[in-house]
Ligand binder design. Structure first.
Ligand code: TIU
Length: 241
């Protein structure tokens, strides 16, 4: 994959300001687009949520994923979930609240939020290729107790295009973790979604406020435009040989 990546820079329209990204050191990070959050009968619904609210993120992510694949960008998918024996699930997480089913209980898509179960898997529309990286995480942030830091360092990644669900929970937590580790995070507003529309809005505002305190907020159209202009540069250079 590293050999096919290009090194040109694209300018992405974003807030609080445009950002220049070297695509060769940029990864697309897709957070937790799992059946457990997106479909009825999974973890999200057991918590009392209307899972249909997350569907809006799928098409924008699919479009950016397709472009990222075409340009050889590193693609990382994450999945929240736990080992079958729950040894990586803190009691404080398992026991809280009054969900209709708890983590580990049998549900219509297998045991709730357990690795290897149908509900834990990524939705078919965004299914990872064998060549792509899948990070299994026990927490909300993708860096906590995972190999993500090592993977990003191995590929020389400095910038993250971040999308997925939910905006204020796993996307925000991951962006905050990444920001503290020195990564420039560009969050795709239409590639994220929340069960709570107001939390989606505020979650994005929190990232871009104060001069981009945690990162930048853009959208799929702006990122696709920046990727396309990079591609045309490359093609023009090739044509003039
Ligand atoms: N409940 C909720 O909004 N989210 C999570 O529990 N996990 C993720 O955001 N992936």
């Amino acid at each position: 994959m590293a050999n096919s990546r290009k090194s040109l820079v694209g300018t992405v329209a974003a807030e609080p300001e445009p950002i220049d990204l070297d695509w060769s050191s940029t990864a697309l990070v897709i957070i937790d687009m799992q059946r457990d959050f997106m479909e009825p009968g999974g973890f999200g619904e057991t918590l009392g949520n209307d899972v249909s609210r997350l569907a809006r993120a799928v098409k924008p992510i699919a479009a950016v994923l397709s472009a990222a694949r075409a340009m050889g960008m590193l693609v990382v998918h994450t999945r929240e979930g736990h080992l079958p024996d729950l040894s990586d699930a803190p009691p404080a997480k398992v026991e809280r609240g009054a969900p209709s089913l708890r983590i580990g209980d049998p549900g219509p898509m297998g045991r709730i939020l357990i690795r290897g179960e149908a509900g834990h898997d990524i939705i078919p529309a965004l299914y990872p290729l064998d060549s792509e990286i899948v990070i299994d995480k026990p927490g909300k942030g993708a860096f906590y107790a995972t190999e993500l830091s090592d993977v990003l360092q191995k590929y020389g990644i400095e910038n993250l295009l971040v999308c997925g669900v939910t905006t204020e929970v796993c996307v925000n937590t991951t962006v905050r973790e990444a920001n503290d580790r020195g990564y420039r995070c560009v969050v795709l507003s239409d590639g994220c979604a929340s069960y709570f529309p107001e939390f989606h809005e505020m979650g994005l505002k929190m990232i871009k406020a104060q001069g981009g305190i945690f990162g930048w907020v853009s959208d799929s159209a702006a990122v696709l435009k920046a990727m396309a202009s990079e591609t045309s540069h490359t093609l023009a250079a090739g044509a003039s040989r």
